[in-house]
Write a protein that binds this ligand. Structure first.
Ligand code: COA
Length: 322
């Protein structure tokens, strides 16, 4: 038995910010951003909250799965940009969509979040604990972006993606997840203003701060290793994989990974040109897009790979069954 996707959904805020608009805020250009990242525009949340976007994506996934919200037994929400700290976003989404019978909780594994949520739901299924799950990833990264820092503000965007999973007969694939806390400094977003137990105020930078070159090197080194490990662990040959669905960070990262493993870049679908890097939401937004475009065929083997802050990187194989 293994988790299969039976519905996908996504949501992107209505406001679109192109590279020319960013060039009005910081010293950069549309050409520089396109050539170094592949990004042309990003969606930016204005009225939309993280919960709202997540719930909209979830409703579309549930509708496509043809189930009622009451049938969902588990909701795992991946986010690093929840609107509030308590209650958790997954419970807020549960309330919004009326999934009264679900257990719900959040995880924060940055850009690996959706893949790790998938792995967790799959592990719960394998343990016999749940049979139907909603995994949803949503980010309002624009709220955590320093719009005067050209290292980061060119990259990120807002949005949400979701998938309904069911436990189905078929080969069970084993996931791979790694973390390296020693490299946590490469991508951070520290606490907001607070007060400690002695009543002393502390203030720290709370914008996303990134060493782009370190992250780039990390991704290009670790993601090919991750792909090989996932394949080897599951006894799957690389040529059996139809699609490599990767976190959408930078087109140069995706192209370098494809080159390293000797695959054509068309097997690495890409939509970061429209959305920027939406962290945990990038993989489910992309999955929903290629699903609704009819690109995924029953029986396709899809290798998922997420990587990002932590540092964390995680992968798995799923068989398309819709
Ligand atoms: N616009 C214009 N010029 C810029 C710029 C910007 N936004 N950012 C940097 N530059 C300049 C630099 O000052 C430097 O100029 P110099 O050569 O005169 O010194 C030059 O462009 C190259 O800078 P560099 O930092 O080496 O660029 P890069 O090729 O590494 O690209 C990133 C920068 C951020 C696009 C790239 O490192 C990257 O994508 N890293 C991964 C980030 C990521 O994926 N993060 C999320 C992980 S989940």
């Amino acid at each position: 038995m293994s988790a299969v996707i039976c519905g996908t959904g996504s949501y992107a805020p209505g406001y679109v910010m192109d590279n020319d608009r960013i060039a009005e805020l910081v010293e950069t250009s549309d050409t520089w951003i396109r050539e170094r990242t592949g990004i042309r525009q990003r969606h930016i949340a204005k009225a939309e909250t993280t919960t709202y976007m997540a719930a909209e994506a979830a409703k579309k996934a549930i509708e496509q799965a043809g189930i009622s919200p009451e049938e969902i037994e588990l909701i795992i929400m991946a986010t690093l940009s929840s609107d509030i700290i308590l209650p958790c976003s997954a419970c807020e989404v549960q309330k919004e969509i009326g999934a009264k019978n679900a257990a719900a909780f959040d995880i924060n594994a940055a850009c690996s979040g959706f893949v790790i949520a998938y792995n967790m739901a799959d592990a719960f299924f394998a343990a016999g604990q749940f049979k139907t799950a909603l995994i949803v990833a949503a980010e309002s990264l624009s709220h955590l972006t320093d719009w005067t820092d050209r290292n980061t503000c060119i990259l990120f965007g807002d949005g949400a993606g979701a998938a309904v999973l069911k436990n189905s007969p078929g080969k069970h694939f084993l996931s791979v997840t790694h973390s390296d806390g020693e490299k946590g400094w490469t991508l951070t977003c520290k606490n907001r203003l607070g007060t400690n137990a002695e009543g002393e105020k502390f203030s720290r930078e709370f914008y996303i701060d990134m060493n782009g070159q370190e992250i780039f090197k990390f991704a290009v080194r670790k993601v090919p290793e991750l792909i090989r490990e996932v394949l080897q662990k599951n006894g799957v040959q690389q040529e059996e994989i139809t699609w490599f669905v990767m976190h959408q960070a930078n087109c140069r990262i995706l192209e370098a990974v494809a080159r390293h493993i000797g695959e054509p870049s068309w097997k690495f679908p890409m939509n970061l040109q429209h959305y920027g890097n939406t962290s945990s939401a990038s993989i489910p937004i992309l999955l929903d897009e290629i699903n609704r475009q009819g690109k995924l065929k029953k029986g396709d083997k899809i290798l998922l790979a997420g990587f990002g802050a932590g540092q964390t990187w995680s992968g798995n194989i799923l068989v398309w069954d819709m």
